[in-house]
Design a protein around this ligand. Structure first.
Ligand code: FMN
Ligand code: SF4
Length: 482
């Protein structure tokens, strides 16, 4: 699937400045402690959620999942957030799940692994997610022959009598050119043909979607309760990117049942989910969310929306607000027939995970300005809720400057931590010069897009011949982290 890139195609290289010595690093803001609700972090560093595609088909923690998080924990970031983990008990491929009590023992072993590997220095949070259904892009034949629901409008358009048999309608539609077919189909059906069918929070005619405000608070609360039971230090409610809760917050949410339309109504379900989660776990563990500073799509949420939402959510008791940007389905690239759309392939996807080919703004720090405004909005509401900023951070100087300027309270490194999971311990110990610095090639993201086990192209190849090395599910030898 082609991924969107800024047409300017200006090539950027990571920052190449001296790193601090150990004394400077240890006195820095970045390596100073901070409280996140009931949890004290040893530093203001954070590895945000990254799906590595290592769970079992049943959504269970596997030895490869333990190895993945163990490797990050050895670098001792302040917080390590476990990948987006499904709150429902429905099959969803090799993505972690927390929708039933049977997942608790596996997740508890993950907590134990991280605690041991970090010497108790890293707090382990888990991102919990709900997502709606999405189907692969069908072939034209399959769509017109099976998927499309034949309606009176199709017969009218084709000037067929009201009792014309369905098979004839399908046959006539199949004989149309693409331009003609587009006229004959509703915009939604045309989109399902071009991109694959995707459920939306505005599908109020579907009972399960209409009832989300009734069902989701309980589902999230039960998942959070299991996270607490497994020993996690915190849960991160996934209110960002292309998924259900972000779709409720979105300016594109036109539900007319009190959960869409004006901002106040769009934030209602996110607040109700928070209230249910809090009632389930109390203040035993940190409860926060990840949300978008900007949706970066046409008619999507702007930073003003995010300022309002962040202040409301912080006011309702979120222990932290982690800010991402973009990553939506609405502008995703057209998938190939037989593949599903992927929300990081359009312009908004670029905003979420910018690569080294960029525009004049460059790939580093695109979320800084909106994040600063959002933090001010929270402070203006009289709240001290810490915010987490992510996006292109790979050098100590960037992170420290952001903290100094009040852009955020905590700095997240996703791909930079993937490239070198020891980033945190090396920089704190004055060994920043030995960090393997992320080049923002998005090799890792391309693997994620194809649902393949994620690795980094900077990881070691040398050890690939060692006997007993773990193989990927497709039988290949896997690059190994440094
Ligand atoms: C392989 C991969 C998987 C990701 N999975 C998630 C995820 O599960 N949840 C999430 O909120 N963000 C996810 N992200 C986005 C990152 O958390 C982060 O916001 C983004 O990569 C930008 O930060 P960076 O520039 O430090 O990499 C993922 C990113 C990558 C590269
Ligand atoms: S593959 Fe490695 S170097 Fe490339 S963007 Fe991902 S983490 Fe960075």
């Amino acid at each position: 699937m082609a991924t969107w890139r800024p047409p300017e195609r200006i090539k950027y290289a990571p920052i190449c400045e001296p790193w601090p010595d150990a004394a400077v690093a240890q006195r820095s803001r970045l390596f100073s402690p901070v409280d996140v609700g009931p949890v004290r972090l040893t530093s203001r560093t954070w590895v945000p959620a990254m799906v590595p595609w290592r769970a079992s088909e049943e959504g269970e923690v596997t030895p490869a999942v333990l190895q993945w998080y163990e490797r990050f924990a050895r670098g001792r970031p302040g917080v390590l957030v476990v990948e987006a983990t499904g709150v429902r008990d429905v099959p969803s491929g090799p993505l972690l799940r927390i929708g039933h009590d049977r997942f608790v023992p596996g997740l508890a072993s993950l907590v134990e692994t991280v605690r041991r590997a970090s010497g108790g220095q890293t707090r382990l949070f888990i991102q919990i997610i709900d997502f709606l259904g999405i189907r692969r892009r069908p072939s034209r034949e399959k769509f017109l022959g099976q998927h499309l629901r034949i309606e009176a409008s199709h017969r009218d358009h084709l000037r067929l009598p009201a009792d014309a048999p369905e098979a004839l309608v399908r046959e006539r539609l199949a004989a149309l050119t693409d331009d003609e077919l587009r006229q004959a189909l509703s915009p939604r059906d045309w989109e399902s043909l071009q991109h694959g069918f995707r459920e939306r929070v505005t599908d109020l005619h579907v009972p399960a979607i209409r009832d989300l405000p009734q069902t989701l608070p309980g589902i999230f609360a039960a998942a959070a309760q299991r996270a607490a039971q497994a020993g996690f230090d915190g849960v991160e409610l996934h209110y960002a990117h292309a998924y259900t809760m972000a779709s409720f917050l979105s300016a594109r949410n036109t539900r007319d049942d009190g959960y869409g339309g004006e901002r106040e109504a769009r934030v209602r379900l996110p607040l109700e989910v928070l209230a249910a989660v809090r009632a389930a776990v109390g203040s035993r563990i940190a409860v926060g969310c990840r949300m978008l500073a900007e949706e970066c799509i046409e008619d999507g949420n702007t930073v003003e929306d995010a300022e309002y939402f962040a202040a409301r959510l912080a006011g309702a008791g979120m222990d932290f607000i982690s800010l991402s940007r973009g990553g939506k389905f609405e502008d995703a690239a057209q998938p190939k027939v037989g593949e599903a759309a992927y929300p990081y392939t359009g312009r908004s996807g670029y905003e979420c995970m910018p690569s080294y080919y960029s525009d004049a703004r460059g790939p580093f720090g695109r979320n800084r300005e909106p994040a600063t405004r959002i933090r001010h909005a929270i402070r203006a509401a009289g709240l001290v809720t810490p915010t987490v900023l992510a996006g292109g951070v790979h050098h100590f100087s960037q992170a420290e400057a952001s903290l100094e300027r009040g852009e955020a309270d905590i700095i997240a490194l996703a791909r930079a931590a993937l490239a070198d999971p020891d980033w945190f311990s090396k920089v704190r110990d004055g060994q920043g010069g030995t960090v393997r610095v992320c080049k923002y090639t998005n090799y890792c993201e391309a693997l994620d897009q194809r649902h393949r086990e994620v690795t980094c192209e900077l990881w070691d190849r040398d050890a690939l011949d060692e006997p007993g090395l773990m193989l990927t599910k497709d039988g290949k030898r896997r690059l190994v982290p440094p």
